[in-house]
Design a binder for this molecule. Structure first.
Ligand SMILES: NC(=O)C1=CN([C@@H]2O[C@H](COP(=O)(O)OP(=O)(O)OC[C@H]3O[C@@H](n4cnc5c(N)ncnc54)[C@H](O)[C@@H]3O)[C@@H](O)[C@H]2O)C=CC1
Ligand SMILES: Nc1nc(=O)c2c([nH]1)NC[C@@H]1CN(c3ccc(C(=O)N[C@@H](CCC(=O)O)C(=O)O)cc3)CN21
Length: 285
């Protein structure tokens, strides 16, 4: 029963946007070689920004995990163009297939499952597909639909013989996260799970992103996490969250569980925070 925070944070992954290449270059010296760096697929990015960022990740000795936002893909040609550009750089082995925030699909793909079912991923060298998980649900998608989507994606990846990883929305509250992991395992879904946590960031910024993405941040949850809703001036990091989560995980019951950092406060700040957190866990003797 229980793993140590050092075990939980080992082999963490993190995330950048297409605009974050300068932050990536600044942070790279403190990131372990081979660390996975997700690269977002936002509405304000284009193919060149996304592929340039993925290449920059590779050049730093890290592993790019480009996002493919199903609803933002306007055509099969656009999907193939993106995958081909990634493959040409050696950046197509790992992708995150996600629905995307547009209320209406901009092309033929309604959700992540449609992209996976297309069979195109393997054709362009994809070897591992991350899919999304929602410990606290999603503001626009009913829980039934989320579970059906997760089970559907797991089944199709198995049929295709493609390894997968579940990557979750961030949370400030360990209780729903542990309950959700147990539900995933009860459904027989044995994929490795990466639990999303926010890197250290301004409290205002954390709350803004939490409300945008439908993540709970009530006064009680905020206090437990380490910030107050009435004092928005400071910053907050996930140290308490990580220590509590580690204390409640049992590998025999919960399977492989790692961490994924959303870098709302910037990649350098998150990377330095992780280095310092690890150092304080294992003081030099
Ligand atoms: N790092 C990131 O960029 C993350 C983004 N998300 C967002 O979460 C949402 C769901 O993604 P997945 O779990 O991959 O879902 P999915 O693509 O597997 O779809 C699940 C179900 O919800 C529907 N759906 C998909 N996107 C929707 C939307 N924007 N609004 C209403 N219904 C939608 C689909 O038709 C399907 O029935 C997307 O909005 C996605 O962008 C979630 C986590 C992380
Ligand atoms: N439903 C959902 N959609 C998402 O797009 C999403 C999630 N969930 N969960 C967390 C991650 C983190 N995401 C993001 C998205 C944008 C920035 C960002 O820095 N955006 C702007 C700045 C906007 C601002 O400061 O308010 C940028 O410059 O691109 C960071 C993380 C996207 N992600």
């Amino acid at each position: 029963m229980a793993i140590t925070p050092a075990e939980l944070i080992d082999d963490f992954s993190l995330e950048m946007t297409g605009k974050d290449v300068p932050g990536l270059l600044e942070a790279a010296p403190v990131l372990p070689q081979g660390t996975r760096m997700n690269v977002t697929f936002l509405g304000n990015e284009d193919l060149a920004m996304r592929t340039t960022a993925a290449k920059a990740v590779l050049d730093q000795g890290l592993i790019p995990v480009p996002h493919i936002s199903a609803r933002r893909i306007k055509s099969q040609e656009m999907l193939e163009e993106f995958l081909a550009a990634l493959q040409a750089q050696g950046a197509s082995e790992n992708v995150f297939s996600v629905g995307g925030d547009p209320h209406q699909p901009e092309g033929p793909y309604d959700g992540a499952l449609d992209v996976i079912k297309s069979g195109l991923l393997q054709q362009y060298g994809v070897k591992n597909v991350s899919i999304a998980g929602y410990p606290e649900g999603h503001p626009d998608i009913k829980d039934d639909a989320l579970w059906a989507a997760l089970e559907g994606k797991f089944a199709v990846l198995q049929e295709q013989g493609l390894p997968g990883t579940i990557l979750t929305q961030f949370s400030f509250d360990v209780d729903p996260v542990v309950a959700w992991i147990e539900q995933v395992r009860a459904k027989g879904i044995d994929l490795p799970i990466r639990i999303g946590v926010p890197g250290p960031a301004g409290i205002k910024r954390l709350i803004t992103f939490a409300s945008r993405f439908g993540v709970a941040s009530s006064a009680g949850i905020a206090k437990k996490y380490g910030f107050s809703l009435t004092n928005l001036l400071g910053t907050a990091g996930p140290d308490r969250f990580i220590k509590e989560l580690a204390g409640r995980l049992d590998p025999a019951k919960h399977g492989s569980v790692k961490l994924h950092f959303y870098t709302f406060g910037g990649i350098p700040a998150t990377s330095a925070w992780i280095r310092d957190f690890k150092a304080q866990l294992s003081p030099v003797r």
